[in-house]
Design a protein around this ligand. Structure first.
Ligand SMILES: NC(=O)c1ccc[n+]([C@@H]2O[C@H](COP(=O)([O-])OP(=O)(O)OC[C@H]3O[C@@H](n4cnc5c(N)ncnc54)[C@H](O)[C@@H]3O)[C@@H](O)[C@H]2O)c1
Length: 249
């Protein structure tokens, strides 16, 4: 599986290339793209349209604004696209959806299989306790750009799909908590890779479901697993929950 790595010079891009070089999923780097990295160990470009080699899949860990060029290129070349970048606007997400009508597109705010499992457990718990208060606390390093994290929004959306409700991000106003709201709280501190805790409080008991990332490898490995997964699929929009139970190595 030949991979075009977008965002190759960033923290995740470097981890992804390291995972590929370690032999994960039998992948190889076809080309590296980064607006700030014109040279490197692989054919490197600042614009994906300059890539002149064949590839089986594109994995994007760059910036949400890259999505226009990426979807345009992926559709034109008919290459499956894994979008691991977070922070997209609704208009940018629509570009991914439109591309998925022509090619396989995998999009997930968190590539970890453990997070996919956490989402399932959260959904199940909220089904059992539909009136419980749900509060999500996410902790990340102090360089993270988007707030709240894409994963916190995925978890909140999972709750919303089961029972409705509106997000209350940060809770800045005075006043009592409403029954239907889903509270999301973001901490930015030090070098924390990523922690997500969902507190489900029925009034008489609290169920706390928590995932902690110990390194960035799990996202790189999840992205490669996703790439292998969609590289044999038809057009469509896929996410990390589709991968639960798959053998990834
Ligand atoms: N889905 C997941 O599991 C997951 C996990 C970790 C990080 N992320 C997301 O991945 C993205 C990258 O994270 P990071 O920590 O590596 O960030 P980073 O800032 O370290 O790296 C981003 C890289 O992308 C490059 N870049 C910026 N705009 C670009 C463009 N238009 N085209 C090509 N390259 C461009 C930058 O020069 C930089 O080298 C973020 O959106 C982050 O939230 C997702």
């Amino acid at each position: 599986m030949r991979v075009i790595v977008c965002g190759a010079g960033g923290k995740m891009g470097e981890k992804l290339i390291a995972s590929i070089e370690s032999g994960y999923c039998g992948a190889s780097v076809a080309a590296a793209i980064d607006i700030n990295m014109p040279t490197g160990n692989y054919p490197c470009h600042t614009d994906i349209f300059d890539v002149a080699v064949d590839a089986d899949v594109i994995i994007d860990f760059s910036h949400h604004t890259a999505i226009g060029r990426l979807t345009e290129y992926a559709v034109e070349k008919k290459i499956p696209l894994v979008i691991a970048t977070t922070g997209h606007t609704e208009e940018e997400k629509a570009l991914a959806v439109a591309a998925s009508e022509k090619i396989p597109v995998f999009m997930s705010g968190n590539m970890s299989i453990g997070i996919a499992l956490l989402m399932e457990l959260v959904r199940r718990t909220v089904e059992v306790f539909p009136d419980a208060n749900v509060e999500i606390v996410e902790v990340h390093h102090n360089q993270k750009i988007d707030v709240p994290s894409g994963t916190a929004l995925m978890l909140a959306n999972a709750v919303k799909e089961v029972r409705g409700g509106e997000f209350n991000i940060g809770r800045h106003e005075n006043g009592k908590r409403t029954q239907s709201e889903i509270g999301i709280h973001s901490l930015r501190t030090g070098r924390v890779i990523g922690e997500h805790e969902v507190r489900i409080d029925t009034g008489s008991q609290t169920i706390t479901l928590k995932h902690e990332s110990h390194g960035r490898e799990l996202f790189a490995e999840g992205a490669l697993c996703a790439a292998a997964y969609i590289s044999v699929l038809e057009k469509g929009l896929y996410s990390v929950s589709d991968m639960i139970g798959r053998d990834c190595k």
